[in-house]
Design a protein around this ligand. Structure first.
Ligand SMILES: Cc1ncc(COP(=O)(O)O)c(C=O)c1O
Length: 427
């Protein structure tokens, strides 16, 4: 089967709303490499959008799934429960930030985890309001879209969205938004839009993912915690993209000296199997009545088996340390390039959650064309890179943390060359 033939069949059989970045079709993948149906090899710095921190087809994950296949594949946890779900909840409770009793519920997608975190916050507080941030991304369900602070392409044509959702600007020093500006905007929301006594939760990403890999400043997170404490609001950290060793810690919230009340997780939790979860204070997690949380596939046994293997691999292969080591190498490479590439406006991100932001030479005006050129040229050279940011001018690096050194070095060489080539074209 050829890529071109598959593309025309895709165009005829599937809607354009399911936008597809690549024009080649996957045949197989191994750790940080994948091959298309015509046998072409790619280095995968997308990792299924931050899902394969443990690489494609990690032998331990495959073994765990195979073992589970030999026992049962689905009972619906809410009908016939299984020990592995409970054991995974115990492990997450023990490892999530917060020195208080915790409970975890599992779901299937990141958006579902977000939906359920909001449901739990509303049930626990009896309040309707939610505050989210510009540039934030929380999924494609109705509440996910309402919370998302990026219009195109996520919200176009899909409204109206659930009410009582408000946005404040996320701190973004490069583009002139300070922590003080953000906090002032929240205080203003309390004056202009919603009484803080009606706000159930503030939801934020410790590092904005789709929005451009902007880390939340420590003083901002501390101030959010204080604000929540003052007004009886719950703080929800959406760790769907930041979780499972990507930032150099198991969770990005481990970098902060404050803890959230609820935390969402998904993506690399189960190394390629669909699994998400909400962990939080036990008293809050118990607010929803029996039957109010869950779903037919929520906590699927194959995905849960994979998640147990993921946690072991993160420990055994010291993936938090490796995230930082590799992230530092990407950053050093980009910073070294900065003198020759005036479009490199910023290089940032904790651990391996690294991104480079491209702006018009020497300034802060986003340069989406330059960014696209880097991405396209990298793909031509066999390196899969993802773009993000409200202005689509950020390249994010989501290499599997298990990537072999030789493959990583090869990717760094391609990256350097395509960035330099793109400067030559821009000149
Ligand atoms: C922070 C964050 N929340 C929620 C989601 C939605 O996850 P999913 O696409 O699995 O529904 C994403 C997906 O990118 C995300 O990055």
């Amino acid at each position: 089967m050829k890529n071109a033939e598959l593309k025309s069949r895709k165009d005829a059989a599937t809607p354009r709303g399911v936008g597809v970045m690549c024009d080649f079709y996957a045949a197989r993948a191994e750790n940080a490499e994948l091959w298309d149906v015509e046998g072409r090899r790619f280095i995968d710095f997308a990792a299924g959008i931050a899902v394969c921190n443990t690489g494609h087809r990690h032998p331990k994950i495959l073994a765990a799934i195979r073992d589970q296949l030999d026992h049962f594949t689905h009972t619906a946890y809410q009908i016939v429960p299984y020990a592995s779900y409970v054991e995974l909840a115990e492990k997450i409770n023990a490892r999530a930030p917060g020195d208080y009793p915790k409970k975890t519920a599992f779901f299937t997608t990141g958006a579902e985890a977000v939906e359920n975190a909001i449901k739990i916050a509303r049930a626990a507080t009896g309040r309707p309001g939610v505050i989210a941030f510009t540039g934030g991304f929380h999924g494609r369900t109705m509440m996910g879209m309402a919370l998302t602070g990026k219009v195109a392409p996520y919200k176009i044509g899909f409204g109206p969205f659930p009410s009582d959702v408000f946005h404040a600007p996320f701190p973004n020093p490069l583009h002139g938004v300070t922590t003080a500006d953000s906090l002032k905007a929240i205080e203003f929301l309390f004056k202009a839009d919603i009484d803080p006594k009606r706000v159930a939760a503030i939801i934020f990403e410790p590092v904005q993912g789709e929005g451009g890999f902007y880390p939340a400043p420590a003083e901002f997170v501390r101030a959010l915690r204080k604000l929540c404490n003052e007004h009886g609001i719950l703080l929800i950290a959406d760790e769907v993209q930041t979780g499972f060793a990507r930032t150099g810690k198991l969770f990005a919230m481990n970098h902060y000296d404050v803890v959230p009340d609820l935390m969402t997780m998904a993506k690399s939790l189960a190394g390629g199997m669909p699994l998400s979860g909400v962990v939080g204070r036990a008293d809050l997690m118990d607010a929803a009545a029996p039957g109010g949380l869950g779903g037919t596939y929520a906590g699927n046994p194959l995905a849960v088996a994979a998640a147990h293997a993921v946690l072991d691999i993160i420990d055994e292969e010291k993936l938090c340390e490796r995230a930082t080591l590799l992230g530092d190498r990407v950053k050093a490479k980009l910073i070294a390039l900065q003198s020759d590439v005036p479009q490199i406006a910023d290089v940032r991100g904790p651990g391996g959650m690294v991104a480079v932001e491209f702006c018009k030479a020497g300034g802060t005006e986003p340069d989406a064309d330059f960014t696209k050129r880097v991405q396209t040229r990298a793909l031509e050279r066999g390196l899969l890179l993802l773009v993000c940011g409200v202005y689509s001018n950020v390249v994010r690096f989501l290499f599997p943390l298990t990537i072999q050194d030789a493959v990583f070095d090869e990717a760094m060489t391609i990256l350097e060359e395509v960035i330099k080539d793109s400067v030559a074209v821009a000149a």
